[in-house]
Design a protein around this ligand. Structure first.
Ligand code: PMP
Length: 408
């Protein structure tokens, strides 16, 4: 099946909106995707028909809301092929998922233990580990990248020791779009006796993910980057690890029994879901998965690869323009580049594009270490979703040409 972008676009009301008198060309999908009607309608429908609190009510609405939310957990389970539905923890996003794991493992780590991350990480997969390392006297090691933005696997192998307890890397880089060889990373980590957390924020809308096949110990992502609502995320964790981890936050819903002397915790997944969750969001996430499945991830990936290929080819034709990671082994979903014009930066270009109704992201993309690696303050990033077209890329290229004229 090929992707019918015209039909898909009709399902996204915001894409008909005007920005600065131009119909919006939305190429900031790595930051957050737009939402289709099926998601928007489900959100309002929830509040209109079954709004109530989950897991504690005897009344019908509460039971309905609980049922819907637990059904959504099962849909996520099947989407990433987790073994058990209670290995799916609702969070508020990728960032919270990573912090939850960092906090949950704290008691199990001791001074001198090592954690490996990469030079390609988003700050949310750096800072939680730094904070943990500072609290527990751990050693943080960094996998370097080569000139294409590919992780240097030989160096990674040398970083692994018997003290390595966790490796945390992203599946797809939000700054460069590089797809990391997580199969090998996971395999090598396991051989060394370490667990692996995969930050799937940028892979989940683009690539098929099977956590059992990957043998990932933790896999985290955000709903809002996959056509779903903000304030919702998923932490997948293997049962035996979630069992031994400490709860992240204390409160209602996550306990079995509370006395002033002692609290015992609820079973998985509730041990990690303190307080009233984002009920509407958790329920609606299911609709964004249904949207993706109705098109098929393979078809989506094929369409986005075509966009990436076309964008690379068109941007290459522009003089004084550098594309980063053009020759990386595999890329997905986005292209990162700069105009090589003295005394201009990426946001000057982003500002001009916005005047043409074109939304891109500029700057360091919350990934300052990889910017430093390439000795640049930031890039212009065009990131794709299933509703983008070749015409969007033509408009981007025209906009860049305009920007060039104005800035030269
Ligand atoms: N990791 C990566 C690779 C990301 O792209 C992002 C979002 N830009 C995050 C983590 C953080 O996601 P969130 O803000 O939804 O928690």
């Amino acid at each position: 099946m090929s992707i019918d972008t015209k039909h898909i676009q009709t399902q996204f009301p915001i894409l008909g909106e005007k920005v600065n008198n131009h119909t919006i060309v939305y190429l900031d999908n790595a930051a957050t995707t737009q939402k289709p009607n099926i998601v928007l309608d489900a959100e309002i429908n929830y509040y209109r028909t079954i709004n109530s609190n989950v897991h504690r009510g005897i009344h019908t609405l509460s039971q309905l809301a609980t049922m819907e939310m637990e059904e959504s957990r099962k849909v996520v389970q099947s989407f990433i092929n987790a073994k058990k539905d209670y290995e799916i923890i609702f969070t508020k996003g990728t960032t919270e998922g990573i912090n939850l794991v960092a906090s949950g493992l704290e008691r199990l780590l001791k001074a001198g233990d090592e954690i490996i991350i990469s030079q390609l990480e988003h700050h949310s997969n750096i800072v939680p580990w730094q904070l943990l390392a500072n609290r527990k006297d751990l050693i943080l090691k960094i996998i370097p990248v080569d000139e294409h933005g590919d992780l240097i696997l030989e160096d990674y192998k040398n970083l692994l020791t018997e003290k390595t307890k966790l490796v945390a890397v992203n599946h797809v880089s939000n700054a460069l779009g590089v797809v990391n060889p997580i199969e090998s990373i996971i395999q090598l980590a396991h051989q060394a006796g370490a667990y692996v957390l995969i930050d799937g924020a940028q892979s989940i809308p683009h690539l098929k993910v099977d956590v059992q096949e990957l043998d990932a110990d933790f896999y985290v992502f955000s709903a809002h980057k996959m056509y779903g609502p903000t304030g919702v995320g998923i932490l997948y964790g293997k049962e035996h690890l979630l069992e031994v981890m400490d709860p992240y936050q204390g409160g209602g819903e996550m306990i079995k029994e509370v006395t002033f002397e002692k609290t015992t915790f609820a079973e998985l997944p509730f041990k990690f879901e303190a307080g009233t969750p984002n009920i509407a969001g958790n329920i609606v996430l299911r609709k964004s998965i249904e949207f993706i499945q109705s098109l098929g991830l393979k078809n989506i990936q094929h369409h986005e690869d075509e966009l990436l290929k076309y964008a690379t080819q068109k941007l290459e034709e522009i003089e004084n323009l550098t594309i980063y990671s053009k020759n990386a082994k595999q890329r997905a979903g986005l292209i990162s580049f700069n105009l090589d014009i003295a005394n201009t930066n990426s946001s000057d270009v982003g500002f001009i594009l916005d005047k043409h109704g074109i939304a891109v992201r500029t700057g360091h993309h919350c990934a300052q270490p990889i910017m430093k690696r390439f000795e640049i303050p930031g890039t212009i990033r065009a990131s794709f979703a299933v509703y983008n077209t070749l015409e969007d890329i033509d408009l981007l290229v025209n906009g860049i040409q305009e920007a060039k004229k104005m800035l030269l």
